[in-house]
Design a protein around this ligand. Structure first.
Ligand SMILES: [Fe+2]
Length: 275
């Protein structure tokens, strides 16, 4: 795979990408922002898509909901997928609502066999519509369920192996959840199937002393860069991007951070090959 290094496309940077070529290999777009019939954002997306490969990343599929996938949502997602022909389509292993109510948050699931059956059924339904593997991202969490019967990585492995879906590993989310719940990031990395990893997210968070909040409004911290190195050593090269959703800085700042990711990947992979 040689997809290189990307950024999440944000409205603040539309003109940067429209005005001149930028040193990114691909862009990730938030699917939900473009699942409309027309308008300026879609027109801008078409123009930028002409020059960059894109990945689609959604935030409201609610793959863990007992309601099952919303058919209207899936129809619009498929329509966008046909329009921009992305490298892949991802969303989160979470639930965002139930009985028609959307909580607008990525809520954690209990890692039970019952929840596993719900997620498997929903993933299969989504993949039937998309006719390609769905890519699931691990979310950050602040609570755990007493009822959980397995770890998050065991749950993800089961979903991948039984449905053929793949994984987007958010390295920051691994760190945030590991810190909050007291598990080792290495256990997570070593616990998921290496042949299922399609993409990495790198992001920042807020450190509140005894807990971390996944705010996506800070640069990537040193500890997350360390876990990125570990992930590269374990999985080899994986397409990587910086994900900033709040306090979005000028594009040049994110490009510098992306250069750091490139340098770390090159150094780590060269060292791995030399060994
Ligand atoms: Fe992420």
């Amino acid at each position: 795979m040689t997809f290189g290094f990307g950024l999440g496309l944000r409205t603040q940077h539309y003109n940067d990408f429209l005005d001149q070529p930028q040193p990114v290999d691909w862009l990730e777009v938030i699917s939900d922002n473009y699942m409309v019939d027309g308008g300026k954002p879609l027109a801008v997306l078409d123009r930028i898509r002409a020059n960059y490969p894109m990945a689609m990343h959604g935030v409201s599929m609610s793959i863990g909901s007992i309601d099952g996938p919303n058919q209207d949502y899936l129809r619009k997602l498929k329509s966008l997928e046909q329009r921009i022909e992305p490298m892949w389509v991802s969303d989160h292993l979470c639930w965002t609502g139930v009985h028609g109510r959307n909580m607008h948050d990525l809520l954690p699931l209990p890692f039970t066999h019952e929840a596993l059956q719900v997620v498997k059924r929903n993933v299969e339904q989504v993949q039937e519509v998309l006719r390609r593997p769905l890519i699931l991202e691990n979310v950050s969490s602040y609570v755990e369920f007493k009822t959980s019967e397995m770890t998050e990585w065991e749950f993800l492995t089961e979903v991948c192996q039984s449905t053929g879906c793949k994984l987007l590993l958010d390295i920051n989310n691994i760190y945030v959840s590991a810190f909050n719940h007291g598990f080792s990031p290495s256990s997570f990395i070593e616990g998921v199937p290496a042949d299922s990893i399609i993409q990495f997210h790198l992001a920042g968070h807020q450190n509140n002393g005894d807990h971390l909040i996944d705010t996506h409004d800070h640069p990537v911290c040193d500890r997350v860069w360390d876990i990125y190195r570990q992930a590269l050593m374990h999985f080899g090269y994986v397409p990587t991007m910086i994900e900033r959703d709040d306090k979005v800085p000028p594009l040049a700042e994110l490009l510098t951070e992306l250069d750091t990711a490139r340098a770390i990947a090159q150094e780590t992979l060269n060292a791995t090959i030399a060994v």
